[in-house]
Structure formats: structure tokens, C-alpha cells
Design a protein around this ligand. Structure first.
Ligand code: CP3
Length: 344
């Protein structure tokens, strides 16, 4: 199955003449087709609970741009929602938690995670997988335990997550307990996604940048490593490639390799890492700055070529952005970008 997929070959660290392409947040508000469906739902999570709608949304960018991988349409905050934290998405504000974590009792009292409570996600995986052509792999995903904990403590999106960092400073042991609960939940959740048809897993550590190097290892990467180790030991998930995306972490490439991920997805500013030491150990994905897609075609081409040049000899390279597509980007630019990468 999927033996012809260039994406799976690259994840297996094979050198390819043309890199496979997919984009973080490839399904979303920048697409008029998405907006047409989105306007029928008040709450974003209600839309995620409709497996047929998720299937339609996941396929929109595949049909529009002929990408080399699809990603499950869902969100990383399904897990905190399942734990009873009451996640809502408010227009122009993003996620807001009805019951954020504010003390150690809240952590102790968290209900036991029931993977069946997220059945709507596995149904979406199954629907998307059945609708995709055989040679297009499906990426399942979760947030990293640290990133889920940060949203759960902060109770909303934030620039600096001040409340979370304050809580961490005075409640280290409790935060470890929360991270352990989220790690166990992520494992069961991803295992179910794989049983339902996911071919690849991506872990989003979107708030890795908040932590100092020491804290990053202790509170984020150690848990990502436990999660990946559990996946690699389980007969269901052991052969599934794992991609780690960490937003601008304060570390070298060695620490990212030590998470045991098969592929490192680079944030757009991560350009001066020592890629030589990563060769034949991990595949690389990335990393055009999505803001470049607001510039002229000429600029897009120049910046894209820089990246393709940097990784042209790299064994196992996947073209992607350095973070998700934002709503202000024109679908025409995505089409243009995809074409120039394929023609390079
Ligand atoms: O193609 C895809 O990638 C779609 C699937 C997907 C979504 N969210 C849909 C979504 C994926 C993989 C995610 C991951 C996600 N969700 C992350 C990690 C990636 C990253 O950007 O760092 C994070 C941090 C979240 C949490 C989240 N979800 C926020 C903060 C927000 C609001 C701000 C924003 O970017 O819109 C969301 C909402 C969200 N998730 C939307 C979509 C399509 C927009 C919702 C809408 O239409 O109102």
C-alpha cells in the first residue's frame, strides 16, 4: 500500500528528484470552498464533529493543488475538550476554555481519558482515507503534551502565555502530572487514528518557543520522546513515520533528533541548524515563511529556490511552509508555489 508515495519515500530518507509537497493548514479559511462550508457552523468544533464534512474539507486542497499528502481535518484541542475543559472557538479570538486549569486540584480531578470520546475524529480519518487515491498518504496528528498543557492552563491563545509560565514556575510537579496524562491520551488517540487509516503522524509543538533550553527538554521533548517511544513499541503504530514540528525551539538539531522523530519539520526561522549531522538520521520538512506568499511571484520564487538549493542533496526532503497558511494568503499563490517547486 502506498509504495508509490513520494512522501513516504522521503520520510524513509530516500533522495528524490522532486520533493513531495504538502502544506501545514492546507485546509482552511484562505480557501473560498472552505468558507462556504464553514459558514454553516457557528462553533468550529461542531464542524470537526461531522466526519463527512471533515472528509470534504481535507480533500479540498488535494483537489485544488494535487498535493502529495492529505492531513486529517480536525484540531489539536480535541483532547483538552475530551478531558472536559470546554473548548470553544470564538471569532477573532481563537480558542477559549470554559474550564481552564488553574490549580493542582484541577489537574488531580481531570477525568480519565476515554479514547472513544473522540470517535468522531477516527470516523473522519476513515472517511478521508477511503476517499483518497491510494498513492496519497493521510497524516494524522496531535498537539504535543506541552502545547496542549499551555492552552489548558492559559485558557486561550496568547502571545507570551504569561499565566502558563507563572503556573509552571510554582507548580512543576503538577505540570508533570498534567503532561503525563496528556502523553498517555495522545498515545491512545494516535493509535486509534492509525487503526482508522492514518499513514503518518505529525506532532505539533506549537508553543515550544516559550521554554528555555533546559525546560524545553524537561517539559516538552522528554514527553514527545515518551510518546514516540510508545508508538514505536506498539504493533499497530511501530512502522508509522512520525514528524515533529516545534515552533522556533531554543535548541540545536541534536535535541530534535533525540525526540526519536523520523522527520523534523522546520519553523521558517530555523535556517542555521547543522543539517549535516541530521543526514541519514531524520528526514527534513519545510520551511518557507508563509508571509512570503503575500509578496510578488518573483520574491516567492527567489525565496523558494534558496530552500530547494539548501536541501537538494539532503536524503529525505519534503517541501512545506515553516508554519501554517494564514487566511490572508491567496489560493493562486499556493498554486504558483506548488508549480515552481515541481518545475525546479
Ligand atoms: O489542513 C489542516 O491543517 C487542517 C487541520 C488543522 C486545523 N488545526 C484546523 C483549524 C490542523 C492540523 C490544526 C492544528 C492546530 N490547531 C495547531 C498546530 C498548528 C499551528 O498552527 O501551530 C494549533 C496551535 C491549533 C489550535 C488552534 N485552532 C487555534 C489557535 C485556532 C484559532 C486560530 C487560527 O489559526 O484559526 C484554531 C482554529 C482552526 N483550526 C481553524 C482551522 C481550519 C480555523 C477555524 C475557523 O474556520 O474559524
Amino acid at each position: 500500500m502506498n509504495s508509490d508515495s513520494s512522501f513516504l519515500k522521503a520520510l524513509n530518507k530516500e533522495s528524490l528528484p522532486t520533493p513531495p509537497i504538502w502544506y501545514m493548514r492546507q485546509a482552511g479559511r484562505y480557501m473560498p470552498e472552505y468558507q462556504n462550508v464553514r459558514k454553516k457552523f457557528k462553533n468550529f468544533l461542531d464542524m470537526c464533529k461531522e466526519p463527512d464534512i471533515c472528509c470534504e474539507l481535507a480533500l479540498q486542497p488535494i483537489n485544488a493543488f494535487e498535493l502529495d499528502a492529505a492531513i486529517l481535518f480536525s484540531d489539536i484541542l480535541t483532547i483538552p475538550d475530551s478531558f472536559g475543559l470546554g473548548v470553544e472557538f470564538i471569532e477573532n479570538e481563537g480558542p477559549v476554555f470554559k474550564n481552564p486549569i488553574s490549580n493542582s486540584t484541577d489537574i488531580k480531578n481531570l477525568n480519565h481519558f476515554d479514547p472513544e470520546s473522540l470517535d468522531y475524529v477516527y470516523k473522519a480519518v476513515n472517511n478521508i482515507k477511503s476517499s483518497l487515491p491510494d498513492e496519497i498518504p493521510l497524516i494524522g496528528f496531535c498537539g504535543s503534551p506541552w502545547t496542549l498543557a499551555a492552552y489548558s492552563i492559559e485558557g486561550r491563545s496568547s502571545k507570551d502565555f504569561e499565566k502558563t509560565l507563572g503556573f509552571l514556575e510554582s507548580n512543576q510537579k503538577d505540570v508533570h502530572d498534567l503532561l503525563t496524562k496528556y502523553t498517555d491520551a495522545c498515545f491512545l488517540y494516535l493509535r486509534k487514528q492509525v487503526q482508522s487509516g492514518a499513514d503518518v503522524i505529525q506532532i505539533f509543538d506549537s508553543w515550544a518557543n516559550l521554554l528555555t533550553k533546559e525546560d524545553l527538554i524537561e517539559f516538552s521533548f522528554n514527553y514527545i520522546n515518551s510518546l514516540i517511544s510508545a508508538l514505536k513499541l506498539d504493533p499497530v503504530t511501530k512502522n508509522i513515520p512520525v514528524i515533529i514540528f516545534a515552533r522556533n525551539p531554543k535548541c540545536n538539531i541534536e535535541e530534535l533528533i533525540n525526540t526519536s522523530a523520523d522527520c523534523i519539520s522546520l519553523f521558517w526561522s530555523m535556517n542555521d541548524l547543522n543539517f549535516e549531522v541530521a543526514k541519514n538520521k531524520v528526514a527534513i520538512q519545510g520551511n518557507l515563511d508563509p508571509k512570503i506568499l503575500l509578496e510578488s511571484d518573483e520574491t516567492i520564487k527567489r525565496e523558494t529556490y534558496k530552500i530547494l538549493e539548501r536541501f537538494k542533496e539532503y536524503p529525505g526532503y519534503i517541501f512545506n511552509l515553516g508554519h501554517g497558511i494564514t487566511p490572508d494568503i491567496s489560493p493562486d499563490k499556493i498554486k504558483y508555489l506548488t508549480n515552481i517547486v515541481r518545475e525546479y
